[in-house]
Design a protein around this ligand. Structure first.
Ligand code: F6R
Length: 244
């Protein structure tokens, strides 16, 4: 676990880790998050591309989740977020960029297709994650089975309220497509980022608490090759060094 002094330090360390993965294996497969936490990491990666020639052209990207029912061109969709904050700013091969299709006519079939695409790509080399205030990773909310694969899930009311800022007049959608816990845990390496004081309780539960399905992020402690990069203000409730 690394406690970063501030948001910029967290973002820089995360970007270095992603760039290191690419140096080691240019055709790496990544699972990637949206949200406010990774914005700085994406900004750094875009700068590394512009200024240092870091290339993403041979890499494959799978986003962790998307709201159910939202078309790709909806401004609050994770398609739109990724395009704006990362994919349009680097040299990704669009054929190797994947986001679950939230508006797919048959969501269950879309989940199966998505899971198969990750499998066919050889699984993820690095899974980058944020953490919800309730300990969720991807949209695997508290109680998500460790055995879960890509599927349609109902979002908790608290998640919908937190994410409401992205939606005009009201809550976020009721449901989403998310990559499952097993899919995440099968990634060869994982990186969880946490920023902001409002994540301190979730970070403490994930790192100091019991490993349990009630706190999905805690499962990463059983992974073996998971790194936690926590901004200092999100780390203040940690009471012991669990060696993660
Ligand atoms: C989003 C995702 C979520 C977020 C989490 C934290 O793709 O997978 O698990 O990482 O909700 O979101 P922020 O970073 O906005 O606090």
């Amino acid at each position: 676990m690394l406690v970063a002094d501030d948001y910029e330090a967290m973002s820089g360390a995360a970007a270095e880790l992603v760039a290191g993965q690419l140096r080691e294996k240019p055709d790496s497969v990544f699972l990637v998050p949206t949200g406010t936490t990774p914005l700085g990491m994406y900004r750094r990666l875009a700068a590394m591309h512009r200024e240092e020639g870091v290339s993403f052209a041979r890499a494959t990207f799978f986003n962790l989740d998307e709201y159910l029912g939202l078309p790709a061109d909806h401004p609050a969709s994770y398609h739109a977020y990724m395009e704006e904050n990362f994919y349009s700013r680097v040299d990704v091969d669009t054929a190797r960029v994947h986001v679950p299709r939230g508006a797919a006519p048959e969501p269950e079939a879309e989940c199966e297709r998505y899971e198969a695409a990750i499998r066919d790509a050889g699984g993820a080399d690095l899974c980058v994650l944020g953490i919800g205030r309730n300990g969720h990773i991807g949209f695997n909310e508290p109680g998500a089975p460790l055995s879960s694969r890509t599927r349609v899930v109902r979002l908790s009311e608290s998640t919908r309220e937190v994410n409401a800022v992205d939606f005009e007049g009201g809550l976020a959608p009721e449901s989403a497509i998310t990559v499952g816990m097993t899919t995440i845990l099968e990634s060869r390496t994982a990186l969880l980022l946490a920023s902001g004081a409002n994540k301190a309780a979730a970070v403490a539960a994930a790192i100091d608490g019991k490993v349990s399905e009630a706190v999905p992020a805690s499962a990463l402690r059983r992974h073996g090759r998971a790194t936690f990069i926590i901004e200092r203000v999100a780390a203040w409730r940690l009471t012991r060094n669990t060696g993660v």
